[in-house]
Design a protein around this ligand. Sequence first.
Ligand SMILES: Nc1ncnc2c1ncn2[C@@H]1O[C@H](COP(=O)(O)OP(=O)(O)OP(=O)(O)O)[C@@H](O)[C@H]1O
Length: 600
Amino acid sequence: MFEWDPKDLNSQQEAAITEKGNVLLVACPGSGKTRTLTYKLAYELSKINGAKKYVIAITYTHRAADEIKERVQLLGVNTRQLWIGTIHSFCLEWIIKPYSLYIEDLKTGYKVISSHDSEVIISELCNKYTSPQITFFDCDYRATPTRLVITCSDSRKRKSVIAVLNEYRQILKKNRQIDFELILHYSFKILRNKPIVRQTLSNLFAYILVDEYQDTKEIQYHIISMVLKASKGQTSALIVGDPNQSIFDSLGGYPIEKTALESLTGTEFILMHLSKNYRSSSVLIEYFDFFKTFPNTIEAEGEHKNYKSIVSFNDTINRDQLENEMVRLLELNINDYGIAPNEICIIAPWWTHLADLTRRLMIRLPDYSFDGPGMAPFSRDIDNFWFKVSKIVLTEPSPVLYVRRLRWSGEVIDDLVTAGVDIDGLSPKRFLRLCNSIELQEEKGLEYLRQFFDILLCELAINIEAHLQLKEHYNSFFASSEARIARLTKDGHEFIGNIENFRKVFKQREGITISTIHGIKGAEYDTVISFALLEDYVPHFSDRNGRSNAKKMLYVIASRARKNLHLISERGRLYPYGSPPNEYLPTLELVRYEYNYTKI
Ligand SMILES: Nc1ncnc2c1ncn2[C@@H]1O[C@H](COP(=O)(O)OP(=O)(O)OP(=O)(O)O)[C@@H](O)[C@H]1O
């Protein structure tokens, strides 16, 4: 049985881990959710009974899956019976791949289309609709338990959007392709119509863990619940997250209530809480508590509990002065408060705001570097074979990364086998050695990768033309990366295509982080500076639950900080229409908060 040092966990964390029944765990920010999850997985793995049983963990991102898997490995337990990944990977691996024969459209073969390729098809179909004009962004659609629904709320556009999506579906059908929503749609259908599949999966799964449940969609809750229900209590579950941080509501994510979860799964859940915050000072916790939309209690428990935090709010500065103000705040934090640059994060609602400001800050502060982890210059389509190779190409051979790079090499080799390549005894170690031996002088990131891949193919004697899947992934990888770089360059990131920026994506953070609000999930910094906190940005102008979503976004922003928080609602940003043009006003939730901010 997996055992831990009692000092590692507090009593709430330990109670959640040792609980035998199903648990709905509501975890406040900074409460050690990741630690609790990893110990729980190690604990359940050590209890597993039978070689054909699995512990399943569903995470919101692939990055989280990678991190959690590594942390469980570091705890010293055997992870052979641990499966961890996103809901889409889960559906593909456990439902679509083995049971595609139950779906008419899939039974003669299927391919997963990348989001970039979907965008290209839909954008082209949109071109013929000019009055009103529609774009790819209008054509978002969502799989629900009852049907596929379009999310466009503009009644003038709906007819055209439906027509585009019908045509799009026909194209996918003809090419035997499925996109991410169809993965969920078909998985749901298979589970609903085939009790044998539900039964088989529930026999295989000893434990199911779902992370970030507040961002989980209705159809995803249904998919997991059908398996749990079929197990008749044999499979247990831990559903964990924070309803106050549910900022993906526009994508359909919501925190399910205990009673609704019990009714879906046909089984009882125990509601538990993690209420000790190890991250922030008491001052900050008290500050962000105002923005909560779900009741909770939080106790400051960490080493910065008594830190004399600076919480400032500036709603008078003009946008012309924003750059100066940012330089002042950065220097104040670094020079006067002793904060390390890589412990500072600058957050804004949209990339366009960040790109413009970062470019100017880079010139003003040449001694500091700026990292945008969400700003990958190449396509991060994790199912793409060449993306998997890129991870190895763009990371340094180092003892710290050795195990991770070896695992990635193993995944690449598995994919080569699936693609029908004769790998002739190629081992992960040999593949890694080969990658480490290739040296190139190219400065342009995409060209670097192209040359690297070509050498690799040549060394491995693989003729890409003879392997359709590798070829398709190659074309899709480069086409989507080129489009991405073009978009980022247009937004003002003129150096984004350099190989150094490609490498940064996988590096530990070194400089000042820049991020959107949605990209900051799960991270923590000593100082957080957030600007463009203006109506119609926060909340977004099209948001139907704008008022509560504005609160949730402010809650997420403020709860990332350990020590200091600086909020800015700059003036003088003008609406693109109207005469005379009006300016965007500060987010109402900030204006209404009568907090005694620090004057700095
Ligand atoms: N029992 C504990 N004792 C001391 N420190 C802890 C304990 N549990 C977790 N921590 C520390 O608390 C910090 C916050 O943990 P973590 O990032 O897992 O929070 P989280 O709950 O995922 O936060 P969020 O939901 O806001 O992203 C980490 O630095 C972690 O090491």
